[in-house]
Design a protein around this ligand. Structure first.
Ligand code: HEM
Length: 524
């Protein structure tokens, strides 16, 4: 079983796939969107009657040039570095190789977001919708658009979007944190030096999947057990297969699909994901029906709420739960990994954090309320996401109307790509951007940078629906771990560099020492 797990994780993390459920796909990878620049024939005037510039006046990167950079200059898995490189070459606004208008200044990104459509769109999601159409399955928040998307989001937001909604899941998430702590203790004790945990990313991946599943399905799926149950292992493999084959599928014209093994593996991956989710949802439906038969009150968490909502079809519940699940794993796991990495190399920040999270009695199990009241902990997460915004690129497409951005007129249907990484490393906004400095985020009267300087969860009504859940998972885990352990790097692991795959991942296996702080009597 362990071998299977290693296979699935290695497969996942070494896959060249840059495709992600997140919008970078729409910006950089999807050739399906690249139908040519939008028409700029409609002459508009600026406020003083002067003729506005158009997309034709912007610097352009050719497709061949982009291919050359990707393949020969090795930027295909360093898209974050490419953002900085191209910003230096072309300035803060230019037309990228995939005919997307790329923005890498905070002001321009803010302008696009403030002018976004009533029902914002990130662009083409046909890679996901093709599969759903093939199997006649429901769409979720990523794949729906327009009014339908909005109606669905209204329902999904309830019980999830606000901090007070997320707080309800504190006890459920804490159980998973406890299991991860046990696993870390077991792994470190089994290491020759008694403190080393190898492949921390893999453990964080299992933690994130278990945590989000326990919130969404209201049940545990056993990712952190010593022997992962067979069904869960198949689910893990299916996620890995679906992502690993996405890049090949998106690069192939649709008519070739049925002739290539990648498409069949991609479909089989999705089949495994939907089957697993469907079974757990069926089980919940049976439980609820049983409660009704026994005239008990039907009470429960998120899934119970969705299933008992008459405005949502069963198809929509399945589609939504599956998309929520996939969006919430790699993102949270990798952010936690970067946070551990940064803190392990910043003893001062780690001590400040330790002090804050140890302010409550050692035998007290930390609650959601406790961690929300810890400003330094929150700053650590913010600063981690500034330095490593795991979703490095986001996008918007103006479907409803023409827009004027930075004095340029753009016709309807223009794709805008936001270089999140370049923007959150801009030294005008964040002096010494390469320095890990959680104090930048402290509310102690200092002047705060633009709120758009680092928006790792996106913006507005199309922003991340799982943000509060992700934050709670990260706060509870980091507070628990730093209360008990001093985390130190393993000297044999060299300098860690980010690679842009599905999300920003480390370029090598991360191994860390967890040294027990002698004065701590942890409840876990
Ligand atoms: C550190 C963790 C996470 C990060 C950095 C992150 C980041 C993002 C970003 C940048 C977007 C695009 C927002 C936009 O276009 O404005 C997004 C969308 C989304 N996220 Fe997250 N996310 C995280 C965790 C989660 C979790 C835990 C869930 C599930 C509970 C989730 C579910 C979603 C969904 C469903 C969308 C699509 C929303 C829509 O299109 O309506 N995310 N996320």
């Amino acid at each position: 079983m362990a071998a299977c797990l290693v296979r699935s994780t290695v497969f996942r993390s070494t896959s060249p796939s840059r495709w992600s459920p997140y919008p970078s796909s729409a910006v950089l990878v999807s050739h399906r969107d690249a139908g040519g620049p939008p028409s700029s024939s409609m002459a508009l005037s600026g406020p003083r009657g002067d003729k506005l510039r158009t997309i034709d006046d912007l610097p352009k990167v050719g497709l061949l040039e982009t291919m050359y950079r990707m393949v020969f200059q090795g930027y295909y898995n360093r898209l974050h570095d490419l953002q900085i490189y191209e910003k230096q070459l072309y300035g803060p606004i230019y037309v990228g190789g995939f005919k997307t208008v790329v923005l890498s200044s905070v002001e321009l990104m803010e302008e696009v977001l403030r002018k976004e459509d009533k029902f914002p769109s990130r662009g083409d999601m046909s890679l996901w919708t093709d599969y759903r159409d093939l199997r006649d399955l429901g769409y979720g928040p990523f794949t729906k658009e327009g009014h339908d998307w909005y109606n669905l989001r209204v329902l999904l937001n309830k019980r999830m979007l606000q901090p007070r909604d997320a707080m309800q899941y504190g006890p459920v998430i804490n159980e998973v944190v406890t299991d991860l702590m046990k696993r870390i203790c077991y792994l470190r004790q089994s290491s020759p030096c008694g403190t080393l945990v190898n492949n921390v990313s893999n453990n964080l991946y299992l933690f994130s999947l278990e945590a989000i599943s326990s919130v969404l399905f209201e049940t545990r799926i056993g990712c952190l057990e010593k022997e992962i149950p067979g069904g869960t292992q198949h689910f893990l493999d299916s996620i890995a297969d679906m992502f690993a084959n996405s890049a090949a599928v998106i690069l192939m014209p649709k008519w070739t699909h049925r002739f290539v093994p990648h498409w069949h593996r991609y479909v089989a991956g999705w089949d495994g994901i939907f089957k697993f989710a469907g079974k757990l949802i069926d089980r919940k439906v049976e439980e609820m029906e049983q409660q009704v038969r026994e005239e008990q009150e039907v009470e429960g968490g998120y899934l119970t709420y969705l299933l008992s909502n008459t405005q949502m079809s069963r198809k929509e519940v399945n589609g939504s739960i599956t998309e929520l699940l996939l969006a919430g794993v790699d993102t949270t796991a990798n952010t936690l990994m970067w946070a551990l990495h940064l803190l392990s190399r910043s003893p001062e920040a780690q001590e400040t954090l330790h002090k804050e999270v140890s302010s409550l009695p050692a035998n007290h199990i930390l609650t959601a309320e406790d961690v929300y009241a810890m400003p330094y902990l929150k700053s650590v997460v913010k600063e981690t996401l500034r330095m490593y915004p795991v979703v490095v690129m986001n996008a918007r497409r103006n479907i409803e109307k023409d827009v004027v951005i930075g004095g340029y007129h753009f016709a309807k249907n223009t794709s805008f790509g936001f270089s999140h990484y370049a923007i959150s490393h801009d030294e005008e906004t964040y002096p010494e951007p390469q320095r890990f400095d959680p104090d930048r985020w402290q509310r102690d009267g200092r002047e705060r940078p633009s709120p758009f300087g680092s928006i790792p969860f996106g913006f507005g009504i199309r922003g991340c629906v799982g943000r509060r859940i992700a934050e709670l998972e990260m706060y509870l885990f980091l507070a628990t771990i730093f209360r008990r352990f001093k985390v130190e790097p393993e000297p044999s692991v060299g300098e860690l560099k980010p690679l842009s795959r599905t999300v920003l991942v480390p370029d090598q296996q991360v191994n860390l020492h967890f040294r027990e702080r002698s004065n701590q009597q942890s409840p876990v």
